[in-house]
Design a protein around this ligand. Structure first.
Ligand SMILES: Cc1ncc(COP(=O)(O)O)c(C=O)c1O
Length: 408
C-alpha cells in the first residue's frame, strides 16, 4: 500500500545528519512546533512511540478504572480496544452511523450508560466531526476522546481536530497523514497534565528497521517496481518494522515507549510543508470525488473543507467477499493503489475480537465489507495522467456494478 503520505525523499535523507542534535533537542523542538500549530500550551503535547500508547495515557488521565465503561466505535483498528482491558474497565462497541463513517449521535446517546466514562470519537479517513453540544451537556459524566489517528491537522468548523473535546490521540505510523515511521501524540485537554514519566527508548536495531521500512515505502510511492523489490529485500533481511503479532492476534496492550529520534526528526521535517501537503491532498480528493460521482451507486461521504485526508474512501453498494482481491484487481486495472481500510469492524480481519458479537454493528459490518479507498500522497500528481487512471477505475467499477446487477 502506498504510504509515507507527506514525506519527500529529501526530507527523509536530510533527517539522518540532523539526528546528531540528539533526542532531547528534537523532541523538545517538536513539542514546541506542534503546540504552535495547534495554538495550545506546550504542556498539552505529549509524544509517544504510537497513537495507541497516547490513547492508553489518556485513559489513565481520565482515571478510567474497574466499574467504568469505555465505548469504542465498531469500525476501528484492533490496537484501540487493546488499551482498554488493562484499565479494568469494560469495553463496549457501538455501531457507526448508517450514513457517516463516524457515530450517529442519537444512537451514541442511547448507548451511553451511567457507567460510561470515556467515548472514543472516530474521525475515520480524516473527516473531523464534533460531538453536539446537547449530547455533551446531557452526558456530563462522559469524556469524549478523539481518535485523531487519521486526521492530523484536519479541521472542523475552523477548529483543529483534537482541540475541542476531552483530549485526542494522533498516529504518525507509516500510513498516516504525517509519518515518523511510527510515533504518536496525545493532545491533552486544557488545564490537564500527565505525571512526568521516563518512557523506555526503542532499541537501536528497531530504529534502523524503521528507516529501512520507510525507505521501501517512499520508493513504492514513486517507483512501484523498485519499491516492491526494496520491500522484498528489507523483508528478507528481517528489517521490516511492524506491530507485534500478540497485539493483533491476541489483543495484547501496547507497552508505551518514547518517540524514536528518527520519527521526531522526520515529523519536524514535514511540518513546514504541511499546508502544501494538505492542499495537494485536497486537490486529489476533488478529482476522486468528481470521478466517482459519475457512478451514483458508489457511496462517498461529505467532509469539512479543512479535511486532511489520510485516504479517500468510497463504498460499493454490495458486500464484497474478498476485498483484498478486489483491491488488487482494481489497482491493476487503474494503476492507482486501492486500499481496503477497514476490512473488519475490528481491523485487520482475523484480529482479536474483544468479545465483539457478530451482527451487533450492522453499519460497521456493511462498511467493512464494502469500503475501499484511494491514495493521498504528495508523490501522486493531480494531473492528466491521474485523470486517465481515474477514467480506467470508473470503467472497471461500472463493469463491476453491471455484473453485480446482471450476473448473467
Ligand atoms: C483509527 C485508528 N486509531 C488508532 C490507530 C493506532 O495508531 P498507532 O498505529 O500509531 O498506534 C490506528 C492505527 O492504524 C487507527 O487506524
Amino acid at each position: 500500500m502506498l504510504t509515507a503520505n507527506s514525506l519527500s525523499i529529501w526530507q527523509y535523507l536530510s533527517a539522518f545528519p540532523a539526528m546528531l542534535a540528539g533526542r532531547r533537542h528534537h523532541r523538545a523542538a517538536l513539542r514546541i512546533e506542534l503546540a504552535q500549530l495547534f495554538e495550545v500550551e506546550v504542556g498539552r503535547i505529549v509524544l509517544f512511540d504510537s497513537g495507541r500508547a497516547a490513547f492508553g495515557a489518556l485513559l489513565r488521565l481520565h482515571g478510567v478504572q474497574a466499574g467504568d465503561e469505555v465505548i469504542v466505535p465498531a469500525f476501528t483498528c484492533v490496537v484501540v480496544p487493546n488499551q482498554v482491558p488493562p484499565t479494568g474497565a469494560t469495553l463496549r462497541f457501538v455501531d457507526v452511523g448508517r450514513d457517516s463513517l463516524n457515530f450517529d449521535w442519537l444512537a451514541l446517546d442511547a448507548a451511553i450508560t451511567p457507567h460510561t466514562r470515556v467515548v472514543v470519537v472516530p474521525h475515520n479517513f480524516g473527516i473531523a466531526c464534533e460531538v453536539p453540544t446537547w449530547l455533551r451537556e446531557k452526558q456530563r459524566h462522559v469524556r469524549f476522546v478523539d481518535d485523531a489517528a487519521h486526521g492530523f491537522a484536519s479541521r472542523c468548523d475552523g477548529q483543529w481536530l483534537g482541540t475541542y473535546h476531552d483530549g485526542a490521540f494522533f498516529s504518525f505510523e507509516y500510513s498516516k497523514n504525517l509519518t515518523g515511521g511510527i510515533g504518536g501524540m496525545a493532545l491533552l485537554p486544557a488545564g490537564s497534565e500527565l505525571p512526568p514519566a521516563v518512557l523506555p527508548e526503542l532499541p537501536c536495531g528497531d530504529e534502523w528497521r524503521l528507516a529501512a521500512t520507510l525507505k521501501a515505502h517512499l520508493l513504492s510511492a514513486r517507483w512501484p517496481l523498485l519499491g516492491r523489490c526494496t520491500m522484498a529485500a528489507v523483508r528478507r533481511l528481517g528489517m521490516v518494522y511492524r506491530s507485534g503479532d500478540g497485539e493483533v492476534a491476541r489483543g495484547e496492550p501496547h507497552p508505551p515507549r518514547a518517540m524514536p529520534l528518527l520519527s521526531a526528526v522526520l515529523l519536524r521535517r514535514q511540518l513546514p510543508t504541511l499546508a502544501a501537503s494538505i492542499a495537494h491532498k485536497q486537490q486529489l480528493a476533488t478529482r476522486y470525488q468528481r470521478a466517482l460521482a459519475t457512478l451514483p451507486d458508489v457511496q462517498q461521504w461529505p467532509a469539512p473543507q479543512g479535511t486532511h485526508w489520510v485516504r479517500y474512501p468510497f463504498a460499493l453498494p454490495f458486500a464484497v467477499t474478498d476485498k483484498a482481491a478486489l483491491a488488487r484487481q482494481l489497482s491493476a486495472a487503474s494503476g492507482l493503489n486501492i486500499g481496503v481500510w477497514f476490512d473488519d469492524v475490528i481491523h485487520p480481519a482475523g484480529a482479536f475480537r474483544h468479545g465483539y458479537v457478530a451482527g451487533s454493528a450492522p453499519h460497521g459490518e456493511r462498511l467493512a465489507a464494502s469500503v475501499l479507498n484511494l491514495p493521498m500522497n504528495i508523490a501522486l500528481p493531480a494531473d492528466a495522467q491521474l485523470e486517465r487512471k481515474l477514467a480506467r477505475l470508473s470503467r472497471a467499477l461500472a463493469e463491476l456494478l453491471r455484473q453485480h446487477k446482471d450476473p448473467a
